[in-house]
Design a protein around this ligand. Structure first.
Ligand SMILES: NC(=O)c1ccc[n+]([C@@H]2O[C@H](COP(=O)([O-])OP(=O)(O)OC[C@H]3O[C@@H](n4cnc5c(N)ncnc54)[C@H](OP(=O)(O)O)[C@@H]3O)[C@@H](O)[C@H]2O)c1
Length: 287
């Protein structure tokens, strides 16, 4: 990479993007954030980031943001395949950048996400066909997914969701972002398909108990039938097949814990952050 590389972050105002932007700035890169026009979450971005408006579903709208970039921290915030726009966005990236990091998924790592119904496996295949130096971050679920319980915890002491015994190796979004930033800015990560996880195995119920500890409250988990959660997920915009896939995966994790790795520690040189640390940082969301 050049002495001061320019990096574009897509889906920049989500859970991972602000961390990625902050790490990039701290590492001395010039940082561009792609945000949808009038994105209400633009305030999440740290000072010093150049904001570029664009819509990932409209490939030509990215041209300004991609001009002169060295690397792209690529996140694809869509559930479904789009066989037109993804290749077209990637073609534009390949014309301009040298490196790309894709936030992919543990589902690809364990062979659960076939190419025909999930975008992560599909995006990996597209990228492998390019001449870019690529690194895939096959991440486990984010600790931030626990924010999905925040409304219930603010309203009472019981969290109702299926599969409390599902044992996860959830990752801190900041750790995932830092692995991606290092893969973009340092040599030695090209061609790696990193399984990125947190440092511990915790059931969903244990995560909720830790949130309770941090809040000084006793929280209780109540399993509900998967169909109830499925209805809510579909009503919130999840494609039914994706909701089914996620719930089947949770069911599987009640029988065998999610895979994990020490990639965060290996790549960053420090321990991966625990769920308790994440809960302390985000306690305000649950009060
Ligand atoms: N959550 C998990 O456990 C998990 C697990 C495995 C992999 N992943 C991957 O991780 C990625 C990052 O997740 P995340 O939670 O940080 O973010 P995300 O929820 O996937 O994406 C949210 C961001 O994308 C922006 N966005 C939405 N539609 C857009 C469009 N058409 N053009 C440009 N930007 C658009 C949103 O802007 P607005 O704020 O304006 O909506 C927001 O900044 C995901 O995309 C997924 O591929 C997540």
């Amino acid at each position: 990479m050049t002495a001061q590389p320019t990096v574009l972050v897509t889906a920049a105002t989500g859970n991972v993007g602000p961390h990625a932007c902050a790490h990039l700035l701290r590492s001395g890169a010039r940082v561009r954030a792609l945000v949808l026009k009038d994105d209400p979450h633009v305030t999440r971005l740290p000072d010093g980031v150049e904001v570029h408006h664009g819509d990932l579903a409209v490939p030509e709208s990215l041209d300004g943001a991609l001009e002169g970039v060295d690397g792209v921290f690529w996140m694809w915030p869509f559930f479904t395949l789009d066989v037109r726009t993804a290749p077209e966005v990637l073609r534009r990236i390949e014309e301009r950048a040298r490196r790309i990091v894709l936030v992919s998924s543990v589902g690809v790592h364990i062979g659960l996400e076939p190419v025909d119904n999930n975008c992560h496996a599909y995006l990996e295949q597209l990228i492998e066909r390019t001449g870019l130096e690529w690194t895939f971050l096959r991440t486990t679920g984010f600790m931030a997914n626990a924010l999905g319980f925040a409304a219930q915890i603010r309203a009472g002491d019981v969290v109702r969701f299926p599969y409390g015994a599902a044992a996860r190796t959830s990752v801190h979004e900041g750790d995932l972002a830092e692995v991606g930033v290092r893969a973009l800015l340092e040599d030695g990560h090209a061609g790696q398909k990193y399984l990125v996880s947190g440092p511990e195995v915790l059931t969903q119920e244990q995560q909720v108990q830790i949130i309770g500890d941090v809040l000084g409250r006793t929280l209780r988990w109540e399993d509900v039938h998967a169909d109830e959660a499925r209805k809510r997920m579909v009503a919130a915009g999840w494609p039914p097949s994706y909701a089914d896939g996620a719930l089947d995966y949770f069911a599987r994790l009640t029988r065998e814990p999610e895979v994990g790795s020490s990639v965060v520690a290996q790549v960053t040189g420090r321990p991966a952050r625990t769920f308790r640390q994440w809960a302390e940082e985000h306690a305000g969301a649950f009060r």
